[in-house]
Design a protein around this ligand. Sequence first.
Ligand code: ZN
Length: 256
Amino acid sequence: MAVNFMRSLLLAAVSFAVCSVLAIPTNSSLERRARAQVYTRCSVPNTVALTFDDGPYIYLKDIVNALDNAGAKGTFFFNGNNYDCIYSQAGADRVKYAYSHGHQVASHTWSHKDLTTLSSDKIHDEMWKVEQALVKITGANPAFMRPRNLWELQQPGSRCLGCSWAISGYLGFRDSVGASVQTSKNLYNNIINKHPSTILALNHETYETTAHQVLPYAIQRLKSAGYRLVTLAECVGKPPYQSVVAPKARDSTWHC
Ligand SMILES: [Zn+2]
């Protein structure tokens, strides 16, 4: 309970970061992962990448519908077993819904653990289990992942700095913890008023106000400002997936 409570505190209703949200391409090879490039911003001019962490959760379809209605694309960084199990009927349906509507699916690690506390073997589990789930459910093997607690990974003495995952390339981002709807809207307003060439925004799909209030508002403001709302892959000009095959049928391996 205490852990969940702390996690709730850490997850903002809407977190917002510009030019500092990180995502790294994933790969099933540790060696290649170690050389993974870290993206900290969009590079294609006039693009916005709206990204959503911590799902699949109950507001996902509303978020997808809001994006679809605006002709926008989003990117979903899914956990395997966080708020819900990705293999549950509802969880898998949500993942399929986002993917089949043309939104990018990506990895947010299996169980949302702080990777700095884990051994290399455990980190590997956190990576491949969610990749396998996304391949089974959608057929797509994600090329992007975003871990939790990125800022910790670059701290001096962080245990992972000496491990094989080459995370020393990370820069930190700051969640805006517990932001109100108005605060979240203001964050969007402030950045839109400055009108940078690109915007990379982190939201959490697990908050009702994000799905139903902040996101529709942000989409309209961003569109009015002339931005194209695209996937993270498109905004950095890279392929979204390592590979795409036919999705699998549900079997006994679909459990958390
Ligand atoms: Zn998260």
